[in-house]
Design a protein around this ligand. Structure first.
Ligand SMILES: [Zn+2]
Length: 160
């Protein structure tokens, strides 16, 4: 992890920049953008992967393997959050995410592995949105938090 990153003590979000100044934007508000939101740690966990370096065109294999394992832990966290709910749609989305994650083999370093990882993350996002919907809340919008990450390019999902 780069020296400028810091972890939010509340939700575990990995945020860029100086924690005393907040975020990477020049005049950003201090603190963590997720705190106070429902499922803050799931949102932060999703976005850390969503905006992660593995999605760069030139991502080294190490970053792809790291993302693969992070997706696995993220799906575990969603599973724990779903445990106390009767949300069949969310459970189905999580199952699809786990299936895609299993299909991704980062050792192959193939484009298919990246596609399956991307699918897994998409299904994970849906499961989080299902949880939010149960609370009557709008879907999670990663781009609302983009400025808190070291985003080097627009995520490539639309290319698939
Ligand atoms: Zn936080």
């Amino acid at each position: 992890m780069a020296g400028t990153d810091h972890l939010c003590p509340h939700c575990g979000a990995e945020l860029r920049g100086d924690p005393r100044k907040g975020g990477s934007r020049p005049f950003g508000a201090p603190g963590c953008p997720y705190d106070g939101l429902a499922y803050a740690s799931l949102r932060a966990g999703h976005d850390a992967i969503y905006f992660g370096p593995w999605r760069r065109i030139d991502a080294p294999p190490m970053e792809i393997r790291r993302a693969y394992h992070r997706i696995g832990r993220h799906l575990d966290a969603i599973g724990s959050a779903l445990a106390g709910h009767d949300l069949p749609a969310a459970a189905r989305d999580l199952d699809q995410a786990i299936e895609s994650h299993h299909a991704a083999d980062p050792r192959e370093e193939s484009r298919d592995a990246l596609r399956f990882m991307d699918n897994a993350l998409s299904y994970a996002h849906r499961a989080i949105d299902d949880l939010l919907h149960e609370k009557g809340l709008p879907p999670h919008q990663p781009m609302d938090f983009a400025e808190w990450y070291d985003v080097v390019e627009v995520p490539f999902r639309d290319e698939w």
